[in-house]
Design a protein around this ligand. Structure first.
Ligand SMILES: *Cc1c(COP(=O)(O)O)cnc(C)c1O
Length: 426
C-alpha cells in the first residue's frame, strides 16, 4: 500500500511507542542506551547489528525524522544533523579529499557561497562557481579532481529554478553525484531525486520545521549512485580501517552513504541533531503540504500586486508569468515556486532600508520559511560578505529586498506593504 504525501508527512517513520503506546513520537531525551549484553554491544560497535549506542550517532526521535524526510523525498535513507550548513559538509565529507573540488551554482544561499568559497578551503577542498543555465560551462568546469555537482532546486533569493534534469544528465555522463539543496522548495513542491539527484540536502530550519523554532539539517540519499564504479569515492568503496576493513558500499548497498554519514560523519564530526529539535521539526512536517500550498498562494498574490506598484522596478519570482524561469516551474515544481521572492525598488539602496524599517507585520530577520512573513535587505546583511558581483549573481543586489511570504491573511500582508511603500516615496 502506498500512501499519499499528506498521509506520509504525518505517519512515515512513526509508530506507537513500543514501551508505552504513546501515539505521538516521544522525545527520547537520553544520551546512551543499555546494551542487552557484551555480545550485543560488540555487534553494535562492529555495525553488524543496527541499534542505539550513543546519541551523537543515533537517537530514536531523530531516527523517526530521518525516515520521514527520506520517505517524503523518495530516498533510500537520510542522516539528520544540527543545521543546513552542517548537512552540506556532511554530504561532501565522504566524497571529497584534499585537492578535490565541487562544481556549484552561482545562484546559492549567501551563507553557502561563503562556506564553499572560503571555509571548505581549510579542508583542502575547493568550489568552482558556474552559471547553471550555461550547461556547457558546467561540463567545462568538471575536471579529474571534481567529486560532486551542487545546486539548489529553487534558488534563494534570486527567484530561480534549476533545470535539474539537464544538470543531472551532465553529472550522470561525468559519473559524479548531483547534490541538490531542496530547502526553498521542500519535497512538497519538488522531489529532486525524481529529476536525477543523488543526494538532497535541507536546512530543516526553514519550511520543514516551518515555525522558526530550531536549526536542523538533513542529507537524503537516493541510494542509486554506484560509489564503486570509478574509484573516485574510496571512503565508500574501499576498506575502512576504523571498522576492521569494512567496505561501506559493498556491505550496505543503497544505504552505504547513510551508514557512512552516521558511523563516520556524525561519529567524528559530531554535528548531531538533538531530540528536542527533531521533535519540533516532526511537528512542523505534519502540516508541510498545507503550509506550502498557502505560502505559494499568498506569494503569487503578493508578488502580482507588487509587480504593478509604482515604487517597484521588478519582482523576481518564478511563480509569475513574467519570470524567465516560469516555464521550468511546470516541469520541476508544478505545485508552485515557493514563498520567497525578491523585489527591486526604484529608490535603490536607501529605499530598501526605509522599507524594511517601516514594515510592521513583516519581521526583519535573517531567516526564511517561517509561518510569519519575513523581510531582509540581503546586501546589507546575509550577503554582506560578498562582492557586489557575487551579490548581483546571487540575486541580492543593493537595490533588492527579499521577502519570505508567510501564511497570514494575504490582505493583511498587502496592507502592510501598502503603508510602508507609501512612506518611502518612489
Ligand atoms: C538557511 C539555508 C541554508 C543553511 O541552513 P542553516 O540551517 O541556517 O545552517 C542552506 N541553504 C539554504 C537554501 C538555506 O535557505
Amino acid at each position: 500500500m502506498t500512501y499519499g504525501f499528506d498521509t506520509l508527512q504525518i505517519h512515515a517513520g512513526a509508530r506507537p511507542d513500543p514501551a508505552t503506546g504513546a501515539r505521538q513520537t516521544p522525545i527520547y531525551q537520553t544520551t546512551a542506551y543499555v546494551f542487552r549484553d557484551a555480545d550485543h554491544a560488540a555487534a553494535l560497535f562492529n555495525l553488524q547489528e543496527v541499534g542505539y549506542i550513543y546519541s551523537r550517532l543515533t537517537n530514536p526521535t531523530v531516527s523517526v525524522l530521518q525516515e520521514r524526510v527520506a520517505t517524503l523525498e523518495g530516498g533510500a535513507g537520510a542522516v539528520c544533523c544540527s543545521s543546513g550548513h552542517a548537512a552540506q559538509i556532511l554530504a561532501l565529507f565522504p566524497l571529497m579529499g584534499p585537492g578535490c573540488n565541487v562544481v556549484v551554482s552561482t545562484r546559492l544561499y549567501g551563507g553557502s557561497i561563503t562556506q564553499f568559497s572560503q571555509t571548505i578551503r581549510r579542508f583542502g577542498w575547493s568550489a568552482k562557481f558556474v552559471d547553471f543555465d550555461d550547461l556547457a560551462a558546467i561540463e567545462a568546469a568538471i575536471d579529474p579532481g571534481t567529486r560532486a555537482i551542487f545546486c539548489e532546486s529553487i534558488a534563494n533569493p534570486g527567484g530561480y529554478i534549476t533545470d535539474l534534469d539537464a544538470v543531472a544528465a551532465i553529472s550522470d555522463k561525468a559519473g559524479l553525484p548531483l547534490i541538490v539543496d531542496n530547502t526553498s522548495a521542500t519535497p512538497y513542491l519538488c522531489r529532486p531525486i525524481e529529476h536525477g539527484a543523488t543526494l538532497v540536502v535541507h536546512s530543516m530550519t526553514k519550511y520543514l520545521t516551518g515555525n522558526g523554532t530550531v536549526t536542523g539539517g538533513v542529507v537524503v540519499d537516493s541510494g542509486r549512485f554506484d560509489w564503486s564504479a570509478s574509484g573516485k569515492f574510496p571512503s565508500l568503496s574501499e576498506p575502512e580501517s576504523a571498522y576492521h576493513g569494512l567496505k561501506f558500499h559493498e556491505t550496505f548497498g543503497p544505504l552505504a552513504f547513510t551508514f557512512h554519514g552516521i558511523a563516520i560523519g556524525l561519529r567524528d564530526l559530531g554535528m548531531t541533531l538533538n531530540p528536542q529539535a527533531a521533535h519540533y521539526t516532526l511537528m512542523g512536517i505534519e502540516t508541510l503540504s498545507l503550509r506550502m500550498a498557502r505560502h505559494v498562494e499568498n506569494a503569487v498574490r503578493i508578488a502580482t500586486w507588487l509587480e504593478s506598484h509604482p515604487a517597484v522596478e521588478a519582482v523576481t519570482y518564478a511563480g509569475l508569468p513574467s519570470s524567465p524561469w516560469h516555464d521550468r516551474m511546470a516541469r520541476i515544481c508544478p505545485k508552485g515556486a515557493g514563498g520567497l521572492f525578491t523585489v527591486t525598488l526604484k529608490g535603490g539602496y536607501d529605499a530598501c532600508i526605509r522599507l524594511v524599517d517601516r514594515l510592521e507585520l513583516f519581521s526583519h530577520v535573517a531567516n526564511l520559511g517561517d509561518t510569519r512573513s519575513l523581510v531582509i535587505h540581503s546586501a546589507s546583511t546575509t550577503h554582506r560578505q560578498l562582492t557586489p558581483e557575487q551579490q548581483t549573481a546571487a540575486g541580492a543586489a543593493p537595490n533588492v529586498v527579499r521577502f519570505s511570504i508567510g501564511i497570514e491573511d494575504a490582505d493583511d500582508i498587502i496592507a502592510d506593504l501598502e503603508q510602508a511603500l507609501a512612506q518611502i516615496g518612489i
